[in-house]
Design a protein around this ligand. Sequence first.
Ligand SMILES: *Cc1c(COP(=O)(O)O)cnc(C)c1O
Length: 365
Amino acid sequence: MTTPIYNFSPGPALLPPEVLQQAAAEMVNWHGSGMSVMEMSHRGKEFMSILESAQRDLRTLLNVPSNYKILFMQGGALAENAIIPMNLVGRVSPQPATIDFIHTGAWSGKSIKEAAKYAKVNVAASSEGQKFQTIPDRALWQLSKDAAYLHICSNETIDGLEYHFTPDVGDVPLVADMSSHILSRVIDVSRYGVIFAGAQKNIGPAGLTIVIVREDLIGHALPYCPSAFDWKIVADNDSMYNTPPTYAIYIAGLVFQWLLRQGGVAVMEQKNIAKAALLYDYLDSTNFYRNDVAKDCRSRMNAPFFLRDESLNDAFLAGAKEAGLVQLKGHKSVGGMRASIYNAMPIEGIEALLAYMRKFADKNA
Ligand SMILES: *Cc1c(COP(=O)(O)O)cnc(C)c1O
């Protein structure tokens, strides 16, 4: 028997083995069409059926209300940081508009930098002074009076923080970068103006960006917004204004079907709670390792952790790899280790990680 490999990559990340096996079986000849999905016209009836099922299944999984569009775009979450202001700041006056941000880590930081090219930016709250170990209390946010929107990163992939609440922001559209935890927990889409996510963390291959946007926020793009990034043009053309990332959409669709077979997002959420609790409970029980994030802000998807003796980092990673536990190295800006435990990570992966961590701690104590 070969040791199973557990992949803790933050992204591109692991996919459910069943999905990869199905994709492999269908790779050269999709459903008897004689074609790979990669070889099909995006306007042919075969691919149209793939796109429609993927959109329908995502709508079901997240219970997306009928007054929201689901767009399949490209450019990643980072491009969306520019696409969002180009589509939203034109809605308000006076110009230049103000965008409110909550700064909780690396990804919201990048969003702030990008948006500043298109509007005035107001950092309404920041935990930079706390080294991004916490999410600023909602009561302390200094929101502007007439912001075009409020942007949050609801799961900071690098710093390991997650919003376990949906902030109430009145009539201002709430925009959330959910790249690294979309579909990991139940959300009330109606509380958001825009939800966006790069696919490569918890959905599928890189190249696909999911945008879920309320209809009244569509149709306000600035004149210089590229057509392929104008939500109205994308929506009016059912995400087919230009060639969409067809193969990535196909794989994402298989992941959506897999999630439905698991019982949907509520079932995944319970599993994710159990997986994260197992890992954090262990981290809190030992002095050998530590996680510094405030307990009520810890991410269920991305758990950074540190060895007390950092000179053992290389030995830890080498031993982990030998034990079949790969891609555990922390982000260079944070250091240490990071275990990303997305939907496709079974609890057996966490158990294997903890068994290794215990053994390593005993040997090096
Ligand atoms: C990975 C990530 C991004 C960047 O996504 P790209 O697809 O590389 O542009 C942005 N935000 C969050 C929260 C992420 O995890």
